[in-house]
Design a protein around this ligand. Structure first.
Ligand code: NAP
Length: 520
């Protein structure tokens, strides 16, 4: 039997009492490690994190906690090779995809270390300037942001075991809030290993970082009124979390990152340069992490008159992909993370095929060094609607998120219809716009902003410098309204607000002037 990974809770390593759930190599089908948390005293572990971890973190300034993040970043840099190996084995990712998860995490921690250092030796933040409450200005209102006294529970998705942890942990730890992470079971190994490395390096106070692998049972029950839960995963699990008594009755603050049917939109009247940019971004988004990215392009909106050109350019790019074993350097696309995901994606593809035409099916090509039966590799599938009129009535392509390498091309008749179609996603993480006229792009971006957490605008001038439709940069907001979960993460220092409590201090000006740097 494979090794059972221990959990780190209440400041010590603890093995679950059960046999555990096995994690597999999705390409070779071999068992790798097991996870289990049965028998753990969650209440005690959460209380230890609040008291010991939270107490130690809150006793520091932002700059000191930024120093901790700097030390964490060094630990992660030192372990990078091992993380790449685990990712290949457990997530079936090619190097490029592992880099997004592992190097993306290391970069994000570094950004928060720098942002935190600039906050200096303070222990709390001011929220905008004081306002006078009296005619003579003697009595004022100053809003404060003080670090929350709870613990932050992260329940994460399987697709980013590294970045998914650190994009949340960096702002939480910088805010002075201890972290307990429960990674998705299928790919929990990398998260557990990174936490283990940071714990062993002794760079964080005891209780500041804990990991619980395996079942989610009992985790939400251990939450108290001042705690935080940050969830990334399906809309279905999100609704269970929202209705859990911890959230519904104890007002635990919750952030949800859920499904999203993101779109890419080529504005009307574009030359081939803009069309090519859209096409290569679509190919990249379908292939990176085999489409298992919450920000991936699922819907491609093109003017009816350019439908043929757009499809030709996208299919040309898809034909160059080689799907297979990520250990083969010629493979440009690896595998889905599990048999369960493969079955779900193939089912979803079959369902979408009933509502759209197949424009390209990569399944016709043999896999590279991978057994089609054993491995969880799935080739890209491009679907399309025939004309703009078909888009008016289409429903499934706007509502069904298939978490794999699949996208649908939707022709539109004018910009108004294109924006309306993008909005049919019901709230998305990101839309990207392709064109060359700054005024038209700016107008379209504003029209999409209310239904998208991020709008990514690409012109031929930024062909080399734009950061990519699906890449989540720590400087920009990650999250989206409606179906996308309504959450907000990252966005530079904005991320700290979730882990702070806002309090309005109504007081004489002299008291506001006497506010100390630290909190006793
Ligand atoms: P999921 O089934 O909802 O699982 C997500 C996490 O929730 C896992 O850690 C899972 O643990 C845990 N979980 C399952 N049931 C739970 C319950 N009753 N109470 C508490 N936690 C529970 O989602 P998934 O299928 O793994 O992830 C894919 C989905 O995530 C996609 O729909 C995708 O759009 C979304 N996603 C969104 C973002 C974003 O940032 N918006 C990013 C990535 C993925 P186990 O693994 O142990 O079951």
């Amino acid at each position: 039997m494979s090794d059972l990974l221990p959990n780190h809770l209440a400041g010590r390593w603890q093995a679950g009492r059960g046999a555990g759930t096995a994690l597999f190599d999705p390409v070779l089908g071999t068992e790798l490690v097991r996870v289990d948390n049965s028998g753990l005293d969650l209440e005690q572990g959460f209380e230890f994190a609040r008291r010991q971890g939270g107490g130690a973190l809150r006793a520091m300034s932002y700059a000191q906690r930024a120093g901790l993040l700097g030390a964490v970043q060094k630990v992660l840099q030192a372990g990078r090779d091992a993380y790449y190996e685990i990712s290949t084995a457990n997530s079936g990712t090619v190097q490029r995809d592992t880099a997004i998860d592992v190097d993306g995490a290391i970069y994000t921690v570094g950004v928060y270390a720098r942002l935190g250092a600039a906050l200096g030796e303070r222990a709390f933040l001011l929220d905008e300037a004081a306002q006078s409450l009296s005619r003579d200005g003697a009595f004022q209102s100053q809003h404060l942001l003080v670090p929350g006294r709870g613990v932050a529970l992260f329940i994460n998705a399987f697709n980013f075991p590294s970045w998914g942890l650190w994009e949340k942990a960096a702002p939480a730890l910088l805010s002075g809030v201890p972290v307990i992470v429960k990674p998705a079971t299928a790919t929990a190994w990398l998260t557990q290993r990174m936490v283990a490395d940071v714990i062993e390096a002794g760079v964080l106070p005891p209780g500041a970082l804990s990991v619980v692998c395996g079942s989610s049972a009992g985790l939400l029950d251990a939450l108290r009124g001042f705690d935080f839960v940050s969830f990334t995963g399906s809309a279905h699990t999100a609704s269970l979390i929202r209705s859990h008594p911890a959230v519904a009755e104890r007002s635990v603050r919750v952030n949800i990152e859920a499904d999203s049917l993101n779109s890419a939109l080529l504005l009307p009247g574009q030359d081939d340069a803009a069309l090519q940019l859209l096409a290569s971004e679509v190919v990249r988004e379908m292939s990176v992490k085999s489409g298992q990215k919450c920000t991936a392009i699922r819907r491609v909106l093109v003017p009816e008159s350019r439908l043929g050109d757009a499809v030709q350019a996208i299919v040309g790019g898809l034909r160059e992909l080689r799907v297979g074993n990520p250990r083969n350097p010629q493979a440009s696309m690896g595998s889905l993370v599990s048999r369960e995901q493969k079955d779900a994606v193939l089912r979803g593809m079959d369902e979408l095929r009933r509502h759209a035409t197949v424009l390209h099916d990569g399944a016709a090509q043999p896999l590279l060094d991978a057994d089609p039966e054993t491995s969880c590799c799935v080739a890209p599938l491009l679907l399309g609607l025939p004309d703009a009129a078909a888009g008016d009535g289409a429903r499934e392509v706007h509502e069904m998120e298939v978490f794999g390498p699949v996208a649908t091309v939707l022709p539109y008749r004018d910009t108004a219809q294109a924006v309306e179609l993008a909005r049919r996603g019901g709230g998305s993480l990101v839309a990207s716009l392709y064109g060359s006229d700054a005024t038209e792009l700016a107008q379209a971006a504003l029209r999409l902003a209310d239904s998208h957490g991020r709008v990514h605008v690409v012109t031929p001038q930024v062909a080399q410098s734009h950061t990519g439709h699906g890449n989540v940069m720590p400087q920009s907001l990650h999250g989206g309204p409606g179906r996308a979960g309504g959450g907000e993460e990252l966005g530079g220092l904005r991320a700290l607000r979730f882990y702070h409590r806002r309090s309005a201090l109504q007081a004489p000006g002299a008291v506001l002037d006497a506010l100390p740097q630290g909190i006793d």
